[in-house]
Ligand binder design. Structure first.
Ligand code: SF4
Length: 361
């Protein structure tokens, strides 16, 4: 069955990282209880739905207190059902995880944690405006393991201005050596509403970035990680079921401020304004700000473009006939490859996939 995934956005953060452009709320701790209540009200529109995966993202979901998290999990249990063993993830930042919190998260039902390490170099953590240092990240990882989490993702950023190959190698090896099951590695980007954008921070050139990307793939292979998506690596059997649902064009429910949802045809998104979200959701008024119904062609192209992000690619017969001549050219140029009835990006193609996708639309 094509059950939807559930995404819940928790916007609270202790401070704003300099690269961040997400929908977040800083210094709004006093609103957490009210927020959890509003999300629980929003769930009423979906009561009885069976779920494929559950994911609390942000923001910083681990910034919620134990009683807030307890209330939230109780509301999820009350409104939804799922098969035992589905992936239930919470995003966490190192500064909001200690031994007690880790045990609590395990106890209330989370079975996967995505920890925002970002770097093991204090100089880069400071540059990013993170609220933790490398020692705190190591300690958070340790207590999560001790609490019994056997499915941990660690996030790493790279392509910092001036970052050398040696510095990147040290970071990647340090992270890989922590023994997690999953790693997500993202390049630093300068988003329009981030502080880095206001400060006009400039990134290094694309060629250096491509070299760093290739280096990461090579290093992680040595540590037993297989790449399965453009930015994601996993030990065998630990690919993220939640993210795979997005990349396969599956349906998902999105709750919380700024959250997006997709039912297989209609995409909708909630208001990104916290006060408006609280007012509407708590009164039982859907906090949806907008929606669009995708045409058959748009749905197919989404499946093609998202599917090409994954190493296994897509079925060849999904490629629309009118796009095939262009795709054939890219196969000849070595950016894409046909294998066993599938179309996939080559190592070279992954480096320019965004550009290829833009041209294919
Ligand atoms: S912790 Fe994450 S969501 Fe919060 S400000 Fe930093 S990058 Fe943004």
């Amino acid at each position: 069955m094509n059950y939807p995934s559930l995404y819940i956005h928790i916007p609270f953060c202790s401070r704003k990282c300099l690269f961040c452009s997400f929908v977040i709320a800083v210094s709004q701790e006093h609103r957490r209880k009210e927020y959890v209540r509003a999300v629980a009200s929003e769930m009423n529109n979906h009561t009885g739905t069976r779920l494929r995966t559950i994911y609390l993202g942000g923001g910083t979901p681990s910034h919620l207190d134990e009683d807030h998290l307890d209330d939230l999990m109780n509301a999820i249990r009350k409104n939804f059902s799922w098969d035992s063993g589905i992936e239930i993830t919470i995003e966490a930042n190192p500064e909001s995880i200690n031994a007690g919190k880790a045990q609590f998260l395990k106890r209330i039902g989370f079975n996967r944690v995505s920890l925002g390490v970002q770097s093991l170099d204090d100089r880069f953590l400071k540059f990013l405006g993170r609220n933790h240092n490398a020692a705190a990240a190591l300690e958070a990882n340790r207590v999560l393991r001790e609490a019994g989490f056997d499915n941990i993702n660690l996030d790493l950023m790279y392509a910092f201005p001036g970052q050398t190959g040696e510095e990147l190698e040290k970071d990647v090896k340090g992270l890989a050596a922590l023994g997690s099951e999953h790693l997500s590695l993202y390049t630093l980007t300068i988003e329009p509403n981030s502080r880095f954008h206001a400060a006009q921070i400039k990134l290094d050139d694309d060629e250096k970035l491509a070299q760093q990307y290739v280096l990461i793939g090579r290093l992680l292979q040595e540590y037993g990680f297989a790449q399965y998506e453009i930015s994601n690596f996993a030990k065998q059997g630990f690919e993220s079921a939640h993210n795979r649902n997005y990349w396969q064009g599956g349906p998902y429910i999105g709750l919380g401020v700024g959250a997006h949802a997709f039912d297989g045809r209609r995409r909708s998104w909630n208001t990104p304004r916290l006060q408006e979200y609280l007012d509407r959701a708590s009164q039982g008024i859907p906090p949806v700000e907008g929606c669009e119904d995708l045409t058959d062609e748009q749905l197919t192209m989404e499946k093609v473009l998202l599917g090409l992000r994954m190493n296994k690619g897509i079925r060849w017969d999904l490629v629309p006939a009118d796009r095939r001549p262009q795709v054939e050219v890219w196969i000849k140029d070595g950016f894409l490859a046909r294998e066993n009835g599938n179309l996939k990006a080559t190592d070279r193609g992954r480096l320019v996939l965004d550009e290829l996708s833009g041209r294919l639309i």
